[in-house]
Design a binder for this molecule. Sequence first.
Ligand code: ATP
Ligand code: BTN
Length: 244
Amino acid sequence: LLAQIDIHQSIDSTNAELRRQGAAPSGASVCLAESQSAGRGRRGRSWVSPFASSIYLSVGWRFQGGAEVLEGLSLAIGVLVCDALEDLGVQKLSLKWPNDVYLDGRKLAGILVEMSGDFCGPCDVVIGVGINVQLPEVMADKIEQPWSDLRSVADGSFTRSLLAAKLLNRILPALAVYEKAGFVRWRDRWQSLDAFAGRPVIVDNNGQRIAGKAQGVDERGALLLGTSSGVQRIHGGEVSLRLQ
Ligand code: ATP
Ligand code: BTN
């Protein structure tokens, strides 16, 4: 199941490191760091990654199924992140399509799935998870949207090591399940955590905007958007979602 686990004091990005290494021929590789100098989010955005205050975790894995099946993977990982946090007693979690975890309506964690390889054949996948545990005050200004960390809910009741272990215990066994059956196994649970369910939203595809009502996700993880011309399936990629 687990090919290798590396822990760094500091690194540019745990995702970048696993992409440099390439996937092991079998099993998953894991990279953790105490800080990142170039932590990244989607679309070239940066992920604020100060020392010893968060989880920066990446899992590298050779996926046999073809990249088109990977659309729902960041959603499935979102569910697993919530499961791991709930194991530790954290409540008030929700998910924002396609890749954010919210605590009490503010961004607690982000997921970045990157892949290289064939669209139809096997491809190397890197799954990155960043979770704010206790961000220093000086970082507050660097994040341009409402954010949260675990300080108010965790109260010193668990360590980052325990959280990392819980995450890996959830994520590693799920990879084979995802490879076999895809996202559908996580769909109901994802929808029960959906922060925007039934709410008016705007989907922004590089400046092209569509307004509608968020109606959950389909069996592959595409967003279902109710519009005046019927339900549209919105695929992840470069798309961004916000409330109207
Ligand atoms: P979307 O994915 O829908 O475009 P988003 O605005 O959350 O939404 P992402 O690219 O997913 O965009 O995430 C990057 C953003 O996350 C950054 O632009 C910043 O606003 C925010 N961010 C960066 N670091 C952190 C952090 N440590 N905690 C919470 N939020 C952060
Ligand atoms: C997002 O919300 O856009 C995704 C943020 C993902 C951050 C994590 S931290 C560990 C891994 N390494 C990175 O450079 N990014 C991901």
